[in-house]
Every structure is written in C-alpha cells, then in structure tokens.
Design a binder for this molecule. Structure first.
Ligand SMILES: Cc1ncc(COP(=O)(O)O)c(C=O)c1O
Length: 403
C-alpha cells in the first residue's frame, strides 16, 4: 500500500445533480440560529404548527399495542387503500377501487415514484412556475427535462390553455399541476380546469400528475375542484397525489398516497417494493383514522388558517410597496417584493433579501426564485398570529431601508 495515493471515490452523475432542498436548508439554518439562542421567527417551512389530531395518535398507539408493527404490503395496508379509494369515490363522484391506490412514505416519494414510472430519458415534464421547489430535481432524477411554463399575476399564477398549448412539444410526457398551489395558494376553478382539459384531449400521450396535497385545506369550498370533476374522460391519464402531512398534520409520520390507473399504480408500488419496501405500519394505521374520521378536525384547521391568513395579509399590507396574492387554500402567502430588490439595489434578488431578513432581522422566509419566479417571497402562515405580527414588523423595518 505504501506510496499509493487514495483518490476520492467519484460520485455518480445522478448524485452530482442532486441539490439539498433549499427550503429544508433554510429551515435548518434558522433552527441552528434558534438553538444558539437567537429569537428567530420562521415563516419558511410548510409544516403545520398544530399537533396531529388526537384520534389519529390514539389509533396509531393502539395499532402498535396490537402488534401491527411489521412490514406491510408494498402498496400499503388494504384497509387504508380501501379508505382512500372510498374517500375519492365520494370526493369525485366516480368509483375508485383499492387497487387504484398506492400508499407510500409521504407524497414526496409518491411523486418520485410516479415520475420514475412514467418518464423516459429526454421526456419533458411541464412544470407550472411558480412551483414547489422539489419538482425540478425530481424530474431530472428521472432523466426527464423540466419544461417550465412561467405564469404571472395576470393569470393569478395559473396555467392558461394558450400557455399550455405553447409549452407542449412532441416530447412532452407529463403535465404536473398543483392546486391549491404551493407557493401561491391559488386554486384552479372548474372552468379553468375544463379549458385545460380541452387542450389535453388533443395530446393523448400526456399523463397528468395532479399534486393534491392541499386539496382539503381550502377556503372557498370543502374540496378544491379537480380534473376528475370536470373531465372524467381523462381519468386513465391522471395520477392524483395526496397524503396525510398537511390535512391531518402528520408531516413527521411520512405518509402519502396516489390514485391512478392500475398499471401505473402497480409500477409505482413495484418501485417502492424494490426501494423502501413500504410505508411505516403505525403511520398507515394513523392515517387510516384520519381518512375515516378526520373531517371535523380539518374544518377547525381551515377556520384557524383563514383567520391567520386574513390577519397576516392585513399586517403585510401596511408596508408600503408590498403586494400580497390572496390565497384560496394551503397556508402560504406569495408576496410581491419587486419594489425592494433588483439590479443596483442592496438586495439584487429574492435570495439575498431572504439572507438579509434572516441574518439582520431573524425572520426566515423562502425566496421566490426557489419556486421558479423572481421578485417574490413565500411566507408560511402555519404559525400563531402574534409571531406573525412580530415577523411582519421586522420585515417592515428592513424594507424601509431598501425602498
Ligand atoms: C406541493 C407539495 N407537494 C408535495 C409535498 C410533499 O408532502 P409530503 O411528502 O410531506 O407528503 C409538499 C410538502 O411540502 C408540497 O408542498
């Protein structure tokens, strides 16, 4: 061995592509500062600050006591698959069977598996900017190419039929839709979905992944409108993602699911079977209780969020130059800060603005650029009103020096 120099092992190309989630990194930095005794207020992470509902905790504890702690089938326990199918049958007014459902360790992995199951090298996946920051990397990990349709305030940050038509190419394989949207909280209306469906009918090679993770946290109606409602004929091309993290306040339990055509669901379950085996058994029993009996708690959550939303928007609108998009669901505010950033200014972009907010004012927010659109901040309002008020006061202090 003497005289030989050890070369560092080279990473695979795929791993070189992989960037850590910027939102989780920001949250980690804010956490470190908090741990060091700094009074950081975090508006950065998409995580409920209220606890998992009691009925869910009890059901999961009972399941552990009963010994339901073993591997489960890769696609999930049949009870949960049946409950999700029954819920979807009621939500969308058409029958879903339990083998059209797969359960996994969070909607994030469900999306990952769906892209792995659908995308061939070079296939294009249409992402609607502003979009959830993880979408691009996940598409690239499936050897796909993100093709980004950038939407602005003129369409409420939503995809229009004309833009969809212009973005489709012969290589388009998937359209990824998210309603209510993270980061804008905007919801596609039935009419808007109908119009998108008309375009999609002309391109039968395109699968639609509908990320419905916030569909029950909706201020306009009980459930966000869905393509299933307005275009049931497209059903064989839709994969609908959902999960327990947001509606049932179960982020740390890691539990998500998908509805979709049987062959795609089977491929996704196989992907899971050969990677992480199955979702955690107690989490599945907990989520089962949520799906069966969590509706009353969701109603309370939505009322709480609406109150916080209105309060925080009123506070933000006191800052001259700030414009807030009115969210219709989820728990984020999409805040226009273009007045405070740009070439020649102290904060050239939203990333630098967030850096200043964190380091100088101890407020963690996520830069719009991470969602594919510069000029905005995303603020999570899954925090109590007093903290929200104080965070806005600090933001106002900083913005005054930048205007
Ligand atoms: C739009 C969107 N989709 C999917 C997820 C993933 O949720 P989970 O993996 O916790 O189920 C999130 C989480 O923040 C999200 O915001």
């Amino acid at each position: 061995m003497t005289g030989t120099t050890q070369q560092p092992i080279q990473l695979a190309e795929r791993a070189k592509l992989l960037k850590p989630s910027p939102i989780l990194m920001l949250a980690a930095r804010a956490g470190e500062m908090k741990a060091a005794g700094q009074d950081v207020i975090s508006l950065s992470i998409g995580e409920p600050d209220w606890g998992t509902y009691e009925c869910i905790k009890t059901a999961a504890i009972e399941s552990i006591k009963k010994g339901q702690t073993k591997y489960t089938p890769p696609a999930g326990i049949p009870e949960l698959r049946r409950a999700v199918a029954a819920q979807a049958t009621e939500d969308y007014g058409m029958p879903f069977a339990f083998d059209e459902v797969t359960v996994s360790g969070g909607a994030k992995f469900v999306l990952f598996a769906a892209l792995q199951a659908l995308v061939n090298p070079g296939d294009e996946v249409i992402l609607v900017a502003p979009f959830w920051a993880s979408y691009t990397t996940m598409v690239e990990l499936a050897d796909g190419k993100p093709r980004i349709a950038v939407c602005d305030e003129t369409s409420d940050f939503k995809l229009t039929p004309a833009l969809l038509e212009r973005t489709i190419t012969p290589k388009t394989k998937v359209l990824l839709l998210n309603s209510p949207s993270n980061p804008t909280g905007k919801i596609y209306t039935r009419e808007e979905l109908k119009a998108l469906a008309e375009v999609l009918r002309k391109h039968p090679q395109i699968a639609i992944i509908s990320d419905d993770i916030y569909n029950r946290l909706c201020f306009t109606e009980k459930l966000a409108p869905h393509l299933y409602h307005v275009a049931p004929d497209l059903r064989s091309r839709i994969i609908a993602l959902n999960g327990a993290s947001k509606s049932y306040a179960m982020t740390g339990w890691r539990l998500g699911w998908a509805l979709g055509p049987k062959p795609i669901i089977t491929a996704m379950s196989n992907y899971q079977s050969q990677s992480v085996s199955c979702a955690s058994a107690p989490s599945q029993y907990g989520a089962l209780e949520g799906v069966l009996h969590g509706d009353a708690d969701i109603v309370k959550t939505v009322a709480l969020l609406k109150d916080r939303r209105d309060f925080l928007i009123a506070e933000l609108e006191k800052i001259s130059g700030v414009k807030v998009t009115m969210p219709e669901g989820a728990f984020y505010l999409w805040v226009d800060v273009r007045k405070f950033i740009g070439a020649g200014r102290k904060a050239p972009g939203s990333a630098e603005l967030c850096q200043m907010l964190l380091e100088e004012k101890l407020v963690a927010a996520v830069p719009g650029v991470e969602f594919g659109l510069e000029g905005y901040l995303r603020l999570s309002y899954a925090l109590d009103k007093e903290k929200g008020r104080e965070a806005v006061r600090r933001m106002a202090e900083l913005f005054k020096t930048l205007a």
